[in-house]
Design a protein around this ligand. Sequence first.
Ligand SMILES: Nc1ncnc2c1ncn2[C@@H]1O[C@H](COP(=O)(O)OP(=O)(O)OP(=O)(O)O)[C@@H](O)[C@H]1O
Ligand SMILES: Cc1ncc(COP(=O)(O)O)c(N)n1
Length: 271
Amino acid sequence: MQNLIKPEVPIAMTIAGSDSGGGAGIQADLRTFAFHRVHGTCAVTCVTAQNTLGVTRVDALPSEAIAAQIEAVVSDMRVLAIKTGMLLSQDIIKTVARKIVALGFSNIVVDPVMVSRAGVQLLDNDAINTIKYALLPLAAIATPNRYEAQILSGIPEITTLEQMQAAAQTICQLGCRTVLVKGGGMTGNLRGVDVWFDGKRLEVLQTETVDTTHTHGTGCTLSAAIAANLALGLPLLPAVQAAKQYVTQALKHSLAIGQGQGPVGHFFALL
Ligand SMILES: Nc1ncnc2c1ncn2[C@@H]1O[C@H](COP(=O)(O)OP(=O)(O)OP(=O)(O)O)[C@@H](O)[C@H]1O
Ligand SMILES: Cc1ncc(COP(=O)(O)O)c(N)n1
């Protein structure tokens, strides 16, 4: 039988939390990597008890356990891109940042998970500052949502395209190579419009607005798809553009499962 997995299959890693409901976090990231034919590895940072209605409990793993997972993978496999997701505590963020520095990785996608789409702050202020000053400067791209962009840029309320663009420019000054301010949480005709900035060039990324409430996991899926595309060798902007197309398709095939916000459909091409 033909061996379908090529020995040179690209490898990516997600450093993120587990979502028991399977819609976001590690579960969404690994499905996204698989869709892109990228071998997915992971370091689990925390375990959430979560479903389509929300999170009922979060348990963090010890920082040493997270560092050991990263070490086990990178000491054995050639990881080409990493994405970070829910890092939960200042201690975990510092551990992950130290590991990234020590390994000298550059294809780092930082999804600065701090505030849910509903606007609920998930991290304390010390942890937020550590993301801002220790992790973001290591990022090839940071992907804040509307609320995270408000915190990172200091713009109190982002409601217009001009404010998204100003936020992207300010966040870039924190030291990340590029930034994508995501517009899933915007309203009206800005819903689903993202702004990308690389220090010089501002791009507005728009596909189509998908009219669905089943949007759980869009942020995780987008950042994982960017990491997969970087592992596949795409330059930054094309990696983001392709990832946005993927999320749009996944949203169009989102799953109306559970009683709340269902997840996006990662494997639409197989349906
Ligand atoms: N209804 C939609 N139609 C089209 N694109 C969307 C829609 N909702 C979100 N997106 C896109 O999904 C991607 C993720 O952005 P979003 O702002 O939803 O991130 P997030 O808030 O981190 O995600 P989550 O809601 O999962 O926490 C962005 O590219 C955004 O434009
Ligand atoms: C474990 C975990 N990580 C991240 C998110 C946010 O996900 P998203 O912003 O994609 O909805 C989540 N709900 N659960």
